[in-house]
Design a protein around this ligand. Structure first.
Ligand SMILES: *Cc1c(COP(=O)(O)O)cnc(C)c1O
Length: 398
């Protein structure tokens, strides 16, 4: 739950001034806004924190994916490789730009398996979207190597790992572009919102123009006098989101420190259980620690342990059974059921792409016997102690 647990007077203070000017729009109205630019300040602070050149605040993590793919000029005829374990938005965004999502397997990090990428490459493959699920990074060094070898674009879906890093590099800044989500459940939240990071000025311009009807935002007189070179749409972030984001970003280090501390304590409670293994985190220092994932030798044991933990009041998720984060469970996606009939799925020029469980053996095995526990920022000592007791009791079923 993270940032949402810490919403307080700091967020309120950031947006208070907006009620004096009455300006909630991020662009223009230069005189009326009295020098207040919340989204712009949030973008600057965000870029600085992550060591990226350019940051663009947008309306959600999902639209951030769509805007980034658009800026990268991914579209009809292109294929984009995505991991089998991700939130639906990753696949939806690929379809939104008219491209075809291609499913790849995961490895023991629970993220995109670099070794499976070459198996999924065709002459049409344009891009790869590694997703840093549940707070911890994919093996980005190896993914970038494969991408370079095959000249593929890399867009990081960092919606779930804000503040994570791998070998000193912040996730979301390793690929050509990276996106973040600030929905309620993410590490920091603005209710709804997203961010795009890139070091490439041309990509930044294309994203920035596209997300606001092509406006170049260069007129200091009036929005009506902005220049434009490309058509776009409206995916703007507003000033209230920007203000809340500024306050939340200042709490990010606190969120990460608390999650890491709580995760370490919980992992120590689980470690003695025979046969239990933790998810591989290639660089433990860079784990943003939103979740603790561990596996048992069999699905039967995992389910029994999950049930025993639930009886003690501890909820965990087995993602093989989850409706929203595992491709083989998306019955509407598998049925190619979209709002419009003319999508990449039924373009006769595209090759038939399948999403069979057989193509993702690691995901089928690992996600079936992995339990994932959400880590809160606020986990007082009494609660920790109770969880420790509950784990000890639940372990008896194994
Ligand atoms: C949440 C999420 C998104 C979408 O973000 P929204 O802000 O909710 O639109 C995209 N990808 C992943 C992996 C997510 O978890």
């Amino acid at each position: 739950m993270a940032g949402a647990e810490l919403i307080g007077k700091e967020e309120l203070k950031e947006i208070e001034a907006l009620f004096k000017t009455g300006i909630f729009a991020r662009y223009s109205l230069d005189r009326e806004r009295q020098g207040i630019w919340k989204v712009r300040d949030f973008e600057k602070a965000f870029a600085k924190y992550f060591g990226a050149r350019y940051a663009l605040g947008v309306s959600s993590g999902s639209t951030a994916l769509k805007i980034a793919l658009t800026a990268l000029d991914v579209g009809p005829g292109d294929e984009v490789i995505c991991p089998a374990f991700t939130f639906m938005a990753t696949y939806e965004a690929v379809l939104e730009v008219g491209a075809m999502p291609v499913m790849a397997d995961i490895d023991d990090t629970l993220n995109l398996d670099p070794d499976d990428i070459p198996n999924k490459i065709t002459p049409r493959t344009r891009a790869i979207i590694p997703v840093h699920m549940c707070g911890a990074p994919a093996r980005m060094d190896r993914i970038m190597k494969v991408a370079r070898k095959h000249k593929l674009l890399v867009l990081e879906d960092n919606a779930q790992a804000c503040g994570a890093s791998i070998q000193g590099k912040m996730t979301g800044t390793i690929g050509r572009m990276g996106i973040f989500s600030f929905d309620h459940y993410k590490t920091i939240t603005t209710g709804e919102g997203g961010m795009i990071l890139t070091d490439d000025l041309d990509l930044y311009h294309r994203a920035e123009w596209y997300h606001d009807h092509g406006h170049d935002h260069l007129s200091t007189v009036s929005r009506a006098l902005d220049g434009r070179t490309i058509l776009g749409f409206n995916y703007r972030m507003n000033e209230i989101q920007g203000g809340i984001g500024l306050a939340q970003l200042r709490k990010l280090n606190r969120v990460l420190a608390a999650q890491r501390k709580n995760k370490t304590a919980l992992a120590a409670m689980l470690a003695p259980i025979p046969g239990l293994k933790f998810r591989a985190v290639p660089d433990p220092e860079g784990d943003s620690a939103t979740h603790l994932a561990f596996n048992l030798p069999t699905e039967t044991q995992a389910k029994a342990f999950q049930k025993a933990l639930a009886a003690e009041g501890i909820g965990t998720t087995i993602f093989k059974e989850n409706f929203w984060h595992y491709v083989p469970n998306w019955e509407h996606f598998l049925a190619k059921s979209t709002a419009q009939t003319k999508t990449a799925f039924n373009d006769p020029r595209n090759r038939k792409v399948t999403y069979s469980r057989k193509a993702i053996p690691h995901a089928e095995d690992l996600l079936g016997r992995t339990l994932i526990l959400g880590i809160n920022v606020k986990m007082p000592a009494v609660r920790m102690k109770a969880i420790g007791k509950a784990i000890e009791k639940a372990a008896k079923v194994l």
